[in-house]
Design a protein. Structure first.
Length: 447
C-alpha cells in the first residue's frame, strides 16, 4: 500500500496535517495508536476547559447576588460534571473523524513503527510513503524525586476523572496545567497547596500579572510555596507527604492527594525514530526548519514532538506549514505571536514579548498599562473584579507584546496577536474599528 503522505499520531498536529493533505487531494494515511484527537481532545485542552466551565458556572451562581440575581441553593454534582466532560470529548473526537473521512483520509488504529523514511509498519501491514509527518506529541514528565515510586500520585489524567473530591490536594508545579487544576479544585471547595520551584507561578507569562493572579487565588484560600524545591515524597495513612526546602529551611505538606504537573516532554521513543536518526538540536529535540522539514528529505515533524511550544494551536499551524511545503506552496512557520492562555477565573493571556523576555533580548520597549475598568463591557460584567491590560511597544512604536488579566482574555488576545504578527504600529492598530461595547476595546484605549 503506497501513500503520498503518512502521518504518525492523530493529535492536533496529525489530524490537521491529514485533513489539509486530504483536502488538497493527496493520498493520506493517518496512524493513531489510541484515540483520535490526541492529548488535546482526550485528556488536555478540551476536558480541562469543560471541567473549568462547570466550576466557573458554579462560582457565578454562588456569587449571582453581585448582579442582583437571587439563587437560593447552589450545589454541584461531580460525577455528572465528569460525565458531561466525557460527552463533550466523544462529540469532538467524532467530529474530527467525520472531517477526516470526508477528506478521504485513510485511518488505521495501531502503533506505528518507522522502518525507513519511506516505509512504516503498523501491526502486520507495511506501508510505503513519499512523505512522512511525525506527530507523536508529548507525555507527562515525572521528576525522579526520591520516594516518587512509593506515592499514589495523580497525573492530569486521574485529576480529570476522579468522581470523588479529596479534602486536600497538593500540586507540584505551578505552571499552566497546575494552575488550571488549582482553580478547578479550589472552586469546588478542596484545600489546595501549590508548590513551585520558580519564584513565580506560570513561568513564561507576564510576571506581574501572574503575581496578581496568584494573590487573587491566595485570597480564595489556595496556599502557594514559591522558590520551593521538592526533595522527597512519601505516602502515609493521611495521604501524600511532599517534603521541600526553601529559603526558610525544610518543611513538608501533607494532603489527601498529590497532583504531579511539572511539565511534559516529547515522545521520541518506541516508534523507530532511531532508524531515521534525524539531526538534533543541542537540547536533544529534532531539528526542524521554518517549513517543519527535518534533516531528512520528505520527513517533517510537527506539534509537541518538536519540544518547542507544547500548545495545540502551534501544532495546528505547524501541520499546515508542513503540508503546504509538501504541496509546493510557499509557507513558513512564525513563532512571533503564539498566544499563551491560562483558563483560570479570571483568565490570563499573553502574546509576543513579555517584559522579561524583551529585557533578556536587549529590546528597548515601552509599556502601556491600563486597568480593565477602562472597558465598559468589562465593568458591566465583572462586578468587584479588577484586571490589567499591558501592551509593549518597541522603539518604532510597533506592538511587540500584549498581556491581559481578566475575562475573556482568551478571546481578546487574538486581536493583539494579529497586530504583532502583522507588525502593526500602535497608530495603525488604532485605525481598526472595534465593536462597542467589547472587552477587546481595552487595546484601543491603551494605544
Ligand atoms: C492537562 C492538559 C491541558 C492542556 N490544555 C491546553 C490548552 O488549553 N491549550 C493548548 O493549546 N494546549 C493545551 N495542552 C497541550 C496540548 O494538549 C498539546 O500541545 C497538543 O495536544 C499537542 O498536539 P500534538 O498533535 O503534537 O500531540 P498529541 O496531542 O500528544 O498527539 C499525539 C498522538 O500521537 C499518538 N502516537 C504517539 N506515538 C504513536 C505511534 N507510535 N503510533 C501511533 N500513534 C502514536 C498518541 O497516541 C497521540 O494521540 C494541554 C495539555 C494537557 C496535558
Amino acid at each position: 500500500m503506497k501513500y503520498q503522505v503518512i502521518i504518525i499520531g492523530g493529535g492536533p498536529a496529525g489530524y490537521t496535517a491529514a485533513e489539509t493533505a486530504g483536502k488538497a487531494g493527496l493520498s493520506v494515511l493517518l496512524i493513531e495508536k489510541n484515540s483520535l484527537g490526541g492529548v488535546c481532545l482526550n485528556e488536555g485542552c478540551i476536558p480541562t476547559k469543560t471541567l473549568l466551565y462547570s466550576a466557573k458556572t458554579y462560582d457565578s451562581a454562588r456569587h449571582a447576588s453581585k448582579y442582583a440575581v437571587n439563587v437560593s441553593e447552589v450545589s454541584f454534582d461531580l460525577p455528572k460534571i465528569i460525565a458531561r466532560k466525557s460527552k463533550v470529548v466523544r462529540k469532538l473526537v467524532l467530529g474530527v473523524k467525520a472531517k477526516l473521512t470526508s477528506n478521504n483520509v485513510t485511518m488505521v488504529t495501531g502503533e506505528a513503527q518507522i522502518i525507513d523514511k519511506n516505509t512504516v509498519r503498523c501491526g502486520e501491514e507495511t506501508y510505503e510513503t513519499e512523505n512522512l509527518i511525525l506527530c507523536t506529541g508529548s507525555e507527562t514528565f515525572i521528576p525522579p524525586v526520591p520516594g516518587v515510586e512509593t506515592v499514589n500520585y495523580w497525573t492530569h489524567r486521574d485529576a480529570l476523572d476522579s468522581k470523588e473530591l479529596p479534602a486536600s490536594l497538593v500540586i507540584v508545579g505551578g505552571g499552566v496545567i497546575g494552575m488550571e487544576f488549582a482553580s478547578f479544585f479550589n472552586s469546588l471547595g478542596v484545600q489546595v497547596t501549590v508548590v513551585e520551584m520558580m519564584d513565580e507561578i506560570l513561568g513564561g507569562m507576564d510576571k506581574e500579572l501572574s503575581g496578581l493572579l496568584r494573590a487573587d487565588y491566595a485570597k480564595r484560600g489556595v496556599k502557594f510555596l514559591l522558590s520551593t524545591k521538592v526533595v522527597a515524597l512519601s505516602q502515609t495513612e493521611e495521604g501524600a507527604v511532599v517534603s521541600y526546602e526553601n529559603s526558610e529551611g525544610n518543611g513538608s505538606v501533607t494532603a489527601e492527594k498529590l497532583l504531579m504537573s511539572v511539565g511534559r516532554r516529547p515522545v521520541t521513543k518506541g516508534f523507530g525514530l532511531e532508524n531515521l536518526n534525524p539531526d538534533k538540536t543541542g537540547r536533544g529535540a529534532i531539528r526542524v526548519n521554518e517549513k517543519m522539514q527535518t534533516s531528512l528529505p520528505g520527513v517533517y515533524v510537527c506539534g509537541d514532538l518538536t519540544g518547542f511550544s507544547l500548545l495545540a494551536h502551534t501544532a495546528v499551524r505547524e501541520a499546515e506549514v508542513a503540508v503546504h511545503t509538501i504541496l509546493g506552496k510557499e509557507d513558513a512557520m512564525s513563532y512571533r505571536a503564539i498566544p499563551g492562555v491560562v483558563y483560570t477565573n479570571p483568565e490570563i493571556a499573553g502574546v509576543g514579548e513579555t517584559e522579561e523576555s524583551a529585557s533578556s533580548k536587549g529590546i528597548t520597549y515601552q509599556v502601556v498599562k491600563l486597568p480593565m475598568a477602562y472597558s465598559g463591557r468589562f465593568v458591566a460584567e465583572n462586578e468587584g473584579v479588577n484586571g490589567v491590560c499591558k501592551v509593549l511597544l518597541d522603539e518604532q512604536e510597533r506592538v511587540i507584546g500584549a498581556h491581559v488579566l481578566g475575562n475573556p482574555a482568551s478571546e481578546i488576545i487574538t486581536l493583539a496577536g494579529t497586530a504583532i504578527e502583522l507588525g502593526l504600529t500602535a497608530a495603525a492598530w488604532k485605525k481598526i474599528v472595534f465593536p462597542h461595547p467589547t472587552v477587546g476595546e481595552i487595546f484601543r484605549e491603551a494605544l
